[in-house]
Design a protein around this ligand. Structure first.
Ligand code: UT7
Length: 329
């Protein structure tokens, strides 16, 4: 009896209308286009409107992914949202998306918290649940309204991030296709919490006020940079070994869109030319859990990811967490 395989059968993305350029940033904090672009590769990012919530962006991306997969909401029985900026602490953003999309009541809906690695974590979770045989079609969404957790007086963080959403539909491999999720690999380093965190606003410091840590993202950029290069190398090496794939067989690497210099060092490590890497961070900055699904959708629509080709996804983020996945389209 053949084991059923599951594939990414639809993708979608959404970005807010408002563009904030590096020049605009220089009017908010003491920075410059030259500094931001040369250190990160970012030129501009999107900022959601006040009334536009994470669940709205997630719903917009998911609607496009469902249409792309040729499915209706009634055919979805699993919905996972990866986010570090949920609409509310309770209930999950996935439940809010369920109501907005009209997903059936037998759909399992929950959020995954793994920061910028969240999409890979959610992908692995959905894949395992589908392989259990108890679910058939999953929506996996990465969505962030990071502009709400930025300290807009801190130039070391606020220039880096943006708002967006990306979504994929995972379902049984269509007849006649070789598409499938080939493998996934997840890691965490919980001892490094304070390198990248939002210290206030959770149960440790629920009440904001004088002397209490703020509900803003704080980061030791240098250390996170070194961690990202070191561990993304491990993540790509391990997934290639695990799936018995040579780096050269990978048609398109879709890395977490945080910093072009980090992506360049992964390209050198894999000994792959830069053309094999999909990069859109110059237009969106770092959109955390939305970064990879947003990039995947653009890469597919732009012809950089073709049916039959092999993609390597790799991410790192707060936790610290990191992970990788191989996907045949
Ligand atoms: O999804 C995971 C999210 N995290 C990341 O991706 C972060 C990974 N780290 C990085 O990408 C880089 O470390 C940064 C882009 C954050 C910073 O680049 P860097 O080359 O590591 O710079 P640095 O932090 O060592 O700062 C160098 C200088 C400092 O000034 P001094 O002390 O040398 O006088 C900073 O104060 O640059 C200054 N600086 C800025 N200057 C202008 C820091 N931020 C800015 C800014 N504009 N926005």
């Amino acid at each position: 009896m053949s084991v059923p395989t599951f594939a990414l059968i639809g993708t979608g993305a959404y970005v807010p209308e408002r563009v904030l350029t590096n020049e605009d940033m220089a009017k908010i904090v003491d920075t410059s286009d030259e500094w931001i672009f040369s250190r990160t590769g970012i030129k501009e990012r999107r900022i959601a409107a006040p009334q536009e919530q994470t669940s709205d962006m997630a719903t917009a991306a998911a609607t496009i992914a469902l249409r792309d997969a040729g499915l209706t909401p009634a055919q979805i029985d699993l919905c996972i949202v990866a986010t570090l900026t949920p609409d509310l602490l309770m209930p999950s953003t996935a439940c809010i998306v369920q109501a907005k999309l009209g997903l059936p009541h037998h759909t399992a809906c929950f959020d995954v918290s793994a920061a910028c690695s969240g999409f890979i974590y959610a992908l692995e979770t959905a894949w395992a649940m589908l392989q259990s045989g108890r679910y058939r079609h999953a929506l996996v969404i990465g969505a962030e309204k990071l502009s709400t957790v930025m300290d807009w007086t801190d130039r070391t963080t606020c220039v880096l991030f943006g708002d967006a959403a990306g979504a994929v539909v995972i379902g049984p491999t269509p007849a006649g296709s070789t598409a499938s999720i080939v493998g996934t690999k997840l890691y965490s380093e919980g001892e490094n919490t304070e390198l990248l965190w939002i210290p206030g606003g959770g149960s440790a410091h629920p009440h904001l006020g004088p002397g209490v840590p703020p509900r803003f993202m704080q980061m030791k950029g240098r250390e996170v940079y070194k961690f990202a290069v070191r561990e993304m190398e491990d993540a790509v090496r391990d997934i290639l070994e695990q799936c018995n794939v040579d780096a050269d067989e990978v048609d398109c690497v879709v890395p977490h869109q945080a910093n072009l210099r980090i992506i360049d060092s992964i390209a050198k490590f894999l000994q792959l030319p830069p053309e094999r890497f999909f990069v859109n961070l110059e237009r969106y900055g770092n959109t955390s859990a939305a970064s990879i699904p947003l990039a995947i959708d653009e890469a597919r629509r732009g012809g950089r990811i073709q049916n039959g080709s092999l993609s390597l996804l790799v991410a790192f983020g707060a936790g610290l967490t990191y992970g990788s996945a191989l996907v045949r389209w």
